[in-house]
Design a protein around this ligand. Structure first.
Ligand SMILES: [Zn+2]
Length: 184
């Protein structure tokens, strides 16, 4: 439908995935028949504020990661970017490995989403959680099933890092029951 109501032009009932975000996600050539992405890993930034540009600088110049921003997506909390605002990272645009898990194997098959905030101290905002859910559902449809059987699994960082590299990410007060809404 074209030229209808304002909601129809802004897109199919999406609240957080703006047209430009959906275009950025869709523009890349993910191959549905041989999907690479098997896992979606949720992180917190461990900082009260920040955005893709700030984390990119940190990962590039302090952590010396040559591809910069380690995540594929960043979701703001209303400080440095809007509350529930999605920033699409360069690693998604280029469809390259993340740098967000302590495992080269996992970084090669796992999409990284970072929610801005320190969730050892405070919970993510409702908008961040709702936004992340919308993004995850969209990405799963976009990526399709791997091995012809599973949409990418959705996991908190702490559940996938190798044991010798234990992490509390995405934080002790993250509402982990949120993950139950995504069936494997
Ligand atoms: Zn993490």
């Amino acid at each position: 439908m074209f030229g209808g109501t304002r909601t129809s032009s802004s897109g199919a009932g999406y609240r957080y995935l703006t047209r430009s975000v959906r275009d950025s996600i869709d523009r890349v050539g993910a191959d549905r028949r041989n999907p690479r992405w098997q896992l979606i890993v949720v992180h917190n930034s461990g900082t009260r504020q920040g955005n893709a540009r700030v984390f990119d600088y940190y990962h590039r110049h302090v952590r010396h990661m040559q591809n910069g921003l380690a995540y594929h997506f960043v979701i703001g909390n209303g400080t440095s970017t809007g509350n529930g605002q999605i920033e699409v990272g360069d690693r998604w645009r280029r469809q390259i490995n993340g740098g967000h898990v302590h495992s080269d194997y996992l970084n090669n098959i796992a999409i990284g989403i970072c929610l801005v905030g320190d969730f050892n101290r405070e919970q993510p905002t409702r908008a961040q959680l709702d936004c992340c859910e919308e993004l995850v559902r969209y990405l799963r449809q976009r990526c399709g099933k791997f091995d012809n059987s599973h949409f990418p699994f959705v996991r908190p960082h702490r559940e996938v890092n190798p044991p010798r590299w234990g992490t509390d990410c995405p934080g002790d007060v993250f509402p982990y029951s949120w993950f139950r809404r995504f069936r494997d």
